[in-house]
Design a protein around this ligand. Structure first.
Ligand code: HXC
Length: 260
């Protein structure tokens, strides 16, 4: 049961990259449950189709599955064009597509580093840019980027992701200032460890999850619903004066000196 009004996003159209799985899926389901039509975008139809079907069946809202690679500007522009054409508008963009793997810097290849930069940083830029030109510039709207906290300190095995998420934070602040006057709010969420996600599977096995639970100040791991609730708030008019912020949801972990 959501604490937010059922019609909070009624008839708004939201594009969610990485919307087929994990945090992106949770956000897509929640926005649809609060009245939005969604377009979810990912490289693989297998990730998208079950989620789009579930959204349609459980909420009765439209949900468009778009196969595209956020690294490819032409594919992104075509996908954004389809959202406007088929769903009629584009009010909100969620950049949740991301790539990650653990790898010590000494073993990371140039292509490994560049691939994650391309997905996280260039992908966020490609999608934001395309949405701006296709709709947001003339109508206003909101962009929400999914960042991280691992670049606030030094996280071993994450040099590529830390660099990429630092770029996402820079994009968030810069676009918030440039596009704010056009009625576009740009914010980010920086989740700490969130259970039941691909990131968790890649970054921390159960033994580390148990250790994390003991050191996180609120004594539990994050949940997808924590990110979802923050998303609903930041996208709502209750957050109308919040722009260019990167809001952490990690139970206080990165303040505790135990980030790594
Ligand atoms: C070292 C690796 C590697 C690994 C890939 N590479 N995996 N290097 N260790 N485990 C290298 C490859 O060798 C190659 O370099 C380069 O990276 C590109 O690999 P590809 O497999 O060709 O790339 P691609 O098919 O495009 O896949 C991208 C990917 C993949 C990022 C590598 O894992 C992916 O698609 N991930 C998407 C899902 C995902 O990662 N979700 C988790 C997000 S979690 P060479 O030199 O060999 O050519 C997240 C949370 C962050 O973001 C914060 C958490 C707290």
């Amino acid at each position: 049961m959501s604490i937010f009004r059922d019609d909070l996003f009624r008839d708004q159209v939201v594009l969610i990259t990485g919307g087929g799985t994990g945090i992106g899926r949770g956000i897509a389901m929640a926005l649809a449950a609060h009245g939005a039509d969604t377009a979810i975008l990912s490289r693989t139809a297998e990730h998208l189709d079950p989620t789009a079907t579930e959204i349609r069946n459980s909420t009765g809202r439209r949900s468009l599955a778009l196969v595209a690679d956020v690294r490819q500007p032409e594919q992104v522009e075509a996908a954004v064009g389809r959202v406007v054409e088929e769903l009629g508008r584009l009010d909100i963009v969620i950049n949740a597509a991301a790539g990650n793997f653990l790898c010590p810097s000494a073993d990371l290849s140039p292509n490994g580093f560049g691939t994650v930069l391309d997905i996280d940083a260039k992908g966020t830029w490609n999608v934001s840019r395309a949405a701006y030109h296709a709709w947001l510039r003339d109508h206003g709207g909101r962009i929400l980027n999914i960042s991280a906290t691992l670049h606030y300190g030094g996280t071993p095995g994450q040099v590529h992701v830390a660099a990429a998420k630092a770029a996402v934070d820079a994009l968030t602040r810069t676009l918030a200032v440039e596009w704010g006057p056009q009625g576009i709010r740009v914010n980010a969420i920086a989740p700490g460890p969130i259970s039941d996600t691909e990131g968790a599977r890649r970054l921390f096995p159960d033994t580390i999850a148990d250790r994390l639970k003991r050191i996180i100040p609120v004594r539990r791991l994050g949940r997808i619903e924590d990110v979802v609730n923050l998303t609903l708030f930041l996208l709502s008019d209750a957050a109308a004066n919040i722009n260019g912020e990167i809001v952490v949801t990690d139970g206080g972990l990165c303040l505790s000196g135990n980030l790594n």
